[in-house]
Design a protein. Structure first.
Length: 367
């Protein structure tokens, strides 16, 4: 079986609620790219990537050019043994991990479909029936964030990511964390996320103000060294996100004592192939994993769910149903949350099929 055609679509995704984050970052309407790899056997492999602005050192409009550059090494290749074709692409185009992640995802989808296996089986085997979700709360007025937290709690959510730093007011950030903690009670996980937009002083003052509460901090500062200083000053556990993107950064975070938890995201690492290696190291280092991607709709959500479902017991913190935060939903058969949890698709490969009418006219076709 060989890949004989590449098709790429661009779809605008609009958040149900604008996400406000530190340093003036927002997430409202963003562009996701959907990739289809056709084969001479008739099977199709699907992938998706959505590099939201201000997060990755990448931009959505660069995806078509990167795919075009890699196309000669993709067309004619076999999807079996995904690591090998991805290493070949590394020789064709350095970096551009976000663009490689969508190719890697589509190859894994083909591998699963050709072998008749769900993706979680190929990624190590299913270890759980379903996974806990976290709910991300945009950084707005504290009382409005409490309202969102209570609504999510009512649906069964027991993990809450509280966005911080939009108004550069450390006392307001402390109020956000304290009020959300009070609203959801003493059991659920609550963590404050600055998306690396806080200074050491700001994050330390916030952390000390809520140090008597059961909360975690997520990537307050741009460097792992500054995050370590905040952890030492506050005594609060730390989750790393933007600062974890390869094996070396995971090792460095562990050495600095900030790797209590980590967000492993498909587009940061370059796809499922690289994420498997990152997961093995993370499990060895004793950190808990948030299995997800940066943003997107149903295809990337489904791929993340397969990764989460195959993560060893005791190592999974949570996952995220990104597609529930945006519209349109591009694959109507993608799983949805129930009682604060979600299960992966069960069909072969990724197990979801996008609506071609919704995708519209392709922006790139190569054969």
């Amino acid at each position: 079986m060989k890949v004989n055609r590449i098709t790429l679509w661009s779809v605008d995704l609009t958040s149900h609620e604008t996400y406000y984050m530190a340093e003036g970052k927002t997430c409202d309407t963003v562009k996701t790219h959907v990739l289809c790899l056709d084969t001479d056997s008739g099977l199709k492999g699907w992938g998706e990537v959505c590099p939201i602005p201000h997060y990755l050192p990448a931009f959505a409009d660069g995806v078509p050019s990167a795919i075009t550059e890699m196309a000669p090494a993709i067309i004619g290749g076999s999807p079996f043994g995904v690591d090998a074709p991805m290493r070949k692409l590394d020789g064709v185009l350095q970096g551009h991990l976000h663009a490689k992640s969508v190719v890697d995802m589509a190859l894994w989808d083909l591998f699963g479909k050709a072998s008749g296996q769900a993706l979680y089986t190929l990624l190590g085997g299913r270890t759980r029936a379903d996974m806990p979700l976290y709910h991300s709360i945009t950084c707005i007025a504290p009382d409005e964030m409490v309202r969102i937290a209570r609504e999510a709690y009512g649906t069964g959510i027991r993990q809450f990511q509280v966005k911080l730093g939009a108004d550069t007011d450390w006392q307001a950030d402390a109020e956000r964390l304290a009020k959300v903690r009070e609203a959801v009670g003493s059991g659920p996980l609550v963590y404050g996320d600055w998306n690396c937009g806080a200074t050491k002083l700001h994050a330390t003052r916030t952390g000390r103000a809520v140090a008597h509460l059961d909360v975690m901090l997520e990537q307050p500062c741009k460097t792992l060294e500054d995050c370590a200083a905040v952890r030492q000053a506050t005594g609060l556990p730390m989750k790393i996100d933007e600062g974890a993107y390869d094996l070396a950064s995971l090792m460095r975070a562990h050495e600095l004592g900030v790797l209590d938890a980590v967000a492993l995201k498909l587009s940061k690492f370059g796809g499922l192939s690289a994420m498997r290696r990152a997961r093995d190291l993370t499990v060895h280092l004793g950190a808990e994993i948030c299995a997800e991607c940066t943003w997107g709709s149903d295809i990337v959500t489904a791929a993340s769910l397969h990764f989460a479902a195959s993560t060893p017991q005791g190592a999974l913190l949570n996952t995220c149903d990104l597609s529930s935060y945006v519209s349109p939903r591009i694959a109507p058969d993608c799983p949805t949350r129930k009682d604060g949890r979600i299960a992966p698709p069960t069909g072969p490969g990724i197990g979801v099929n996008p609506d071609l009418d919704l995708l519209g006219t392709p922006i790139l076709e190569l054969a």
